[in-house]
Design a protein around this ligand. Structure first.
Ligand code: NAP
Length: 242
C-alpha cells in the first residue's frame, strides 16, 4: 500500500484529506503544527506537533517512507515550506506544494514586503485591524503612536495596551466585518494575501474606503505546485501508483 504525508493546517488540506481518504490502497497521514488548541478534525490519521526542523522531518521520512509529501500548509507557512523541500530532497521523496491562488491586487492596496514595512506604512494615530496572525507582532508593538485590534483564533499573551485582542474564528460575513470596522472605528486594515474565500474584510474595507496594507506572500518553493485540491490529487495519481 502506498502512503502519503499531508502537511495540513488549512481548509484546502482538510478538503484534500477528504479526497485522499476515498482513494483505496492509499494510507494518508496528516500533520498539524499544533498551534490551535481545538482544530477541526481531519478524516485521516493525524499526528500533531513540529518535526524538529528539516532534520527532524528528514528522519521522519526515513522512518515512515511515504511515497510522497503534499505541503498544504498556509501560503505564509514559509518555514514549513522550506523544511519540506530540504527534507524531501534529502530523502528523495516527491513533494508537491498546494498553494491557493493569491487575491488579485485591488486598486488602492498598498503592498509591502514584510510586517515591519506594514507597521512603518501606518500613519500616527491610525487604528488598524491586524488580521496577520499571532506571529510578527513586534513591529506593531513598537508603534505606540497607533492603536491596533489584533484578530486571532487563540488568545495571545503579553500584548501591550495599545494592541487590543479580538478573539474570533473565521469565516466572517460582510455584515460582521462591517460591524467590527464601524464599532472599533478602524482606519486601516493590515492583512496577508491569504487568497481563498475570506474576502469580506477586503470588500468592506473597499466599501468603507479604509486603507488596506497587504503583506506580500513569501516566494513559492522550488518544485511542483498545485493551486487546487483536484490538481493535487491528479499529481499524486501520477507520482504514486494508486
Ligand atoms: P511556519 O512558520 O512555516 O512553521 C513553523 C514550524 O511549525 C515549522 O518549522 C514546523 O516545526 C511547524 N509546523 C508548521 N506546519 C506544520 C505541520 N503542518 N505539521 C507539523 N509541523 C508544522 O508555519 P506557521 O506560519 O507558524 O503556521 C503553523 C501552522 O498554522 C501551519 O500548519 C499553517 O498551515 C497554519 N496556518 C498558518 C497561518 C499563517 O498565517 N502563517 C494561517 C493559518 C494557518 P518543526 O520545524 O519543528 O517541524
Amino acid at each position: 500500500m502506498s502512503s502519503v504525508l499531508l502537511l495540513a493546517g488549512t481548509a484546502e488540506a482538510r478538503a484534500l484529506a477528504t479526497a485522499l481518504s476515498q482513494i483505496e490502497e492509499l494510507k494518508v497521514t496528516a500533520s498539524l503544527a499544533g498551534v490551535t488548541s481545538d482544530p477541526p478534525e481531519l478524516p485521516v490519521p493525524t499526528r500533531t506537533g513540529g518535526f524538529g526542523g528539516a532534520e527532524g522531518l528528514t528522519d521522519w521520512l526515513a522512518e515512515h517512507r511515504p511515497a510522497a509529501v503534499i505541503d498544504a500548509t498556509h501560503p505564509y507557512a514559509a518555514q514549513m515550506q522550506r523544511n519540506t523541500v530540504i527534507a524531501c530532497t534529502r530523502a528523495l521523496t516527491p513533494h508537491l506544494r498546494l498553494l491557493r491562488p493569491a487575491w488579485p491586487k485591488r486598486p488602492g492596496w498598498q503592498v509591502v514586503e514584510s510586517m515591519s514595512d506594514a507597521a512603518k506604512a501606518l500613519p500616527a494615530g491610525a487604528h488598524a485591524l491586524l488580521t496577520t496572525g499571532r506571529k510578527d507582532i513586534a513591529p506593531f508593538a513598537a508603534r505606540t503612536d497607533a492603536r491596533f485590534a489584533l484578530r486571532s483564533i487563540e488568545p495571545i499573551q503579553g500584548l501591550p495596551p495599545h494592541i487590543q485582542p479580538m478573539i474570533a474564528r473565521p469565516p466572517f460575513t460582510v455584515d460582521q466585518e462591517r460591524a467590527s470596522f464601524a464599532l472599533l472605528g478602524i482606519t486601516h486594515l493590515v492583512t496577508k494575501n491569504a487568497g481563498g474565500s475570506g474576502t469580506a474584510k477586503l470588500d468592506v474595507a473597499d466599501a468603507m474606503r479604509i486603507a488596506t496594507i497587504v503583506v506580500a506572500r513569501p516566494a513559492p518553493p522550488p518544485g511542483p505546485r498545485a493551486e487546487t485540491v483536484e490538481q493535487a490529487v491528479a499529481w499524486l495519481h501520477r507520482v504514486v501508483a494508486t
